[in-house]
Design a protein around this ligand. Sequence first.
Ligand code: SF4
Length: 465
Amino acid sequence: MSAPTVTSVTEASPAARAGLAVGDELLELNGQVPRDVIDFQQLTDADDLSVLVKRAHSPLPRLVRIAKGPGEPFGVEVSSAVFDRIRTCDNHCAFCFIYQLPKGMRRSLYLKDDDYRLSFLYGNFTTLTRFTELDAERILTERLGPLFVSIHTTDPDLRASMLRNPKGATSLRWLQVLLDGGIEVHGQVVVCPGVNDGAHFEDTMAGIVDQYPALASVGVVPLGVSKFSTEAEMRPHTLAEAEQVLNTVTEWQAICRKAVGRRLVFAADEYYLLAGRPFPSARHYEGFPQHENGIGMAAAFGKAFTRSSSPGPGGVRHGFFAAVDAAPAEGYRAPRLPVQATAARDERPVVILTGEYGARVLKPLVVGHPRDDISIRPVVNDYFGGNIGVAGLLTGEDLARSLAAGAGMDAGIRYLLPDACLNEGRFLDGLTLADLPCPVEVIPSDGGSLRQALNGVSFRSACAA
Ligand code: SF4
């Protein structure tokens, strides 16, 4: 157990007025030891607050009374989201992307968490194999939702074999408990060709509608395979397999509309790209419940890009994170990078840097744009290799190579990059914008922001030089 440590104090906040400072450890809040930022948030919501504070180099902790107005935020950020230990995953899925990472990345990226609190806070998926009665009780009592659950298959034996954990056969019973308790839960099925596709996938769709119709949504995503995978049976979909998954999803959407009055299940954008089919309209996605998981992103982006009145759901984050003022997320779903439109104009010709999939989404939008000096540069993901083509997994190394090659760098060109590539100012390989061979302008990864940028609006990010 480690106490929450203050990493920043908001000016003129109750914490600042009480003299709290960066580095202070907050041992107790109103006599209670917070387990995580969920407790922290609830405890610091109290109007009458006493905090036991341990300051570096002070021999003893001291009790500090905090004067707070009703509903006034406490005003500190703390060093982690979970103060007792993060519950790590005890599965060994052959499709796990963490096993497919190269050596030498940031340590936090190798953390296999299976902690419902990170599901609630950041939208991480949990298999519930480490879930307990106490967890269920807390979630139901404190109404901790939405949560995100990895289903993969409703066949108990197949699920145990996919998770390589016998508990995988039974842990979906907790999903039932959560749904029966009225908690909003979103599910996910990662489809691994030759493993849980075909008839298994049909059975999973039937199992979901039969057993878990109260799920808020189910996202169906294709297996991602990097060149570092050591699992021989894990491979990308063929065209026919991708088409089959899309056909099955479409069939079950029709069934779900009749059975539960909504589509319930949605295929990832990647499937439409793999199958070469047009994306459904934005309306199809029923409010984009899994936008952050690559489901409906292209439709939302297109809508926001083409309609100035519609911002779309760009920047939407699941979970509780946006409402928690005490939770940095290094290593999980950290805030990207504060990026803001400025009053400055930049009318130089534009090159949009993005992943290979992003380039296919952007191409029809840019082709119809009145400007004729915009080009898209798809950056090949050599770092991960395999079938990895999403912008969010682009690395600094690949971008630097792309910028230095081909047409090369040109001071007369404005290079735009979506903020989805950066996490707290760093690319996945640890490089920063300063490591790129020429200036690159980061813009928010939504269609409205790209539209603004192409209309000449200049953006500035916190770490821009
Ligand atoms: S449950 Fe998730 S983190 Fe754990 S092994 Fe499987 S894919 Fe990896």
